[in-house]
Design a protein around this ligand. Structure first.
Ligand code: HSE
Length: 436
């Protein structure tokens, strides 16, 4: 039987998952490939820590070059993470004619153009299914089965840490800080969770999806980014009373020839399928012009689910190699020459519905003052609530708006915050009704 030889760079949690796939599912892979996939080398700076998997000692090395440049390696799996040295490793592997599989969304979001140009020049493949949505085969779906569609929109719950925190805040009415601390103690959140909770991880994944869906390059700085640290239990409660849940969404849309690229907490209807995605699970909903809405759901992180996606890419490359068909499916769903820089819609131009929460004194005429400012900016009120303020000096006034321009909402809130009756800076959360 023919052999395709694999070198693994980075022996952490996902690396151990990859080794487990080789150990447990070798017959499954050879039945489906018609050849043998063989793990020939594992490189990591630390080759002594127990990863919970048995490895022949001869496979392990601390020298990355033994994976990157060795003639006996056909496919390199990069699981080092981060920008450097991962970028240099991947470029070196390509230079030496290796095909590359990576789970590194940060690397792809920032250096995808450089890496794919190098790969194309060298005639090798770079695949990265595990970089978005862990085990969910969203990139393959866009590249393969859905490839005749023009995509209208894509919405993703792409960060398990944020989704776990928001789910628990919703179920328990707990405060953000309390749930985060608990999540860290239980190992669901990183010791430094900034990238996750501030939405950076989600933005990396969205940047990749936008290129695949809309054929556009997007710089990370062009993606509007808001995390979940400002979401309070009270907003979650009000959302529920109006029939909504709050989720951190990655949003990509094509509107009048421009691309919306944004990551922010979003109120979605409780009956929308995405609202049922709880805990550490991820999901992506996209709409194609022929296929209509499609939703994929699964484990967005974790050893085995991510290893499944990594090894699926290895199998795809091996299949191509065995048929001498390198480059059959473009890495970013489009021919590289068809990827351009499409205009990204400025955030103040977007149109959305909004949830507004004001903290005011409890006095006659307050609602009228707020409504007057909103009216002056052409913002229509769709629904309103003011819970009775008992034994307190301030009350919350909550307003759901009709569709409005973000610029008008921001201007109106700035004016309202100057009113003498308003006691705290006003809050707003965008509402998305198009995903029911
Ligand atoms: N840190 C990510 C999450 C997983 O919490 O979903 C890796 O992308």
């Amino acid at each position: 039987m023919q052999e395709v030889r694999v070198g693994l760079l980075g022996f952490g949690t996902i690396g151990a998952g990859v080794v487990r796939v080789f150990q447990h599912n070798a017959p499954v892979m050879s039945d489906r490939l018609g050849a043998t996939l063989k793990l020939v080398r594992i490189a990591d700076l630390d080759i002594t820590t127990d990863r919970g998997v048995e490895v022949e000692p001869g496979l392990l090395t601390t020298d990355a070059d033994q994976v990157l440049t060795a003639p006996e390696v056909d496919v390199v799996i990069e699981l080092v993470g981060g920008y450097e040295p991962a970028r240099s490793f991947v470029l070196k592997a390509i230079e030496h004619g290796k095909h590359v599989v990576t789970a590194n969304k940060a690397l792809l979001a920032k250096y995808g153009d450089e890496i794919l140009a190098a790969a194309s020049k060298k005639g090798v493949e770079v695949m990265f299914e595990a970089s978005v949505g862990g085990g969910i085969p969203i990139l393959s779906a866009i590249k393969e089965n859905l490839c005749v569609n023009r995509f209208r929109s894509i919405f993703g719950i792409l960060n398990g840490t944020c989704n776990y925190i928001l789910s628990r805040m919703t179920e328990e009415g707990a405060a953000f800080a309390t749930v985060l601390r608990d999540a860290q103690q239980q190992g669901y959140a990183e010791a430094d969770p900034t990238f996750d909770i501030e939405g950076v991880d989600t933005a990396h994944k969205l940047a990749i999806l936008l290129t695949l869906c809309f054929g556009t390059q997007v710089d990370l700085e062009q993606i509007h980014l808001e995390g979940i640290s400002q979401i309070s239990a009270v907003d979650i409660q009000f959302a529920r009373q109006f029939g909504y849940k709050i989720k951190l969404l990655a949003i990509g849309k094509e509107v009048d020839g421009e691309i919306e690229a944004r990551v922010h907490p979003t109120m979605i209807p409780q009956n929308a399928p995405l609202a049922d995605v709880d805990g550490v699970f991820n999901a992506v909903r996209l709409v194609g012009d022929f296929v209509g809405p499609v939703m994929l759901y699964g484990q967005g992180a974790g050893r085995d689910a991510t290893a499944s996606a990594v090894m699926g890419d290895v199998m795809a490359i091996a299949r191509n190699l065995l048929k001498n068909a390198v480059g059959r499916t473009p890495a970013r769903a489009h021919q590289e020459w068809a990827i351009s820089r499409r205009p990204i819609r400025a955030m103040h131009e977007i149109v959305s519905r909004y949830y507004l929460r004001f903290t005011t004194v409890d006095r006659p005429g307050v609602v009228a003052q707020i409504a007057r400012v909103l009216g002056n900016f052409g913002i229509g009120i769709s629904s309103m609530m003011q819970p009775e303020g008992r034994h307190v000096d301030t009350v919350a006034i909550v307003i759901m708006t009709h569709e409005a321009r973000e610029a008008d909402i921001r201007s109106a809130l700035a004016e309202i915050d100057l009113l003498e009756v308003v006691q705290e800076q006003s809050h707003f959360i965008r509402i998305e009704n198009s995903i029911e």
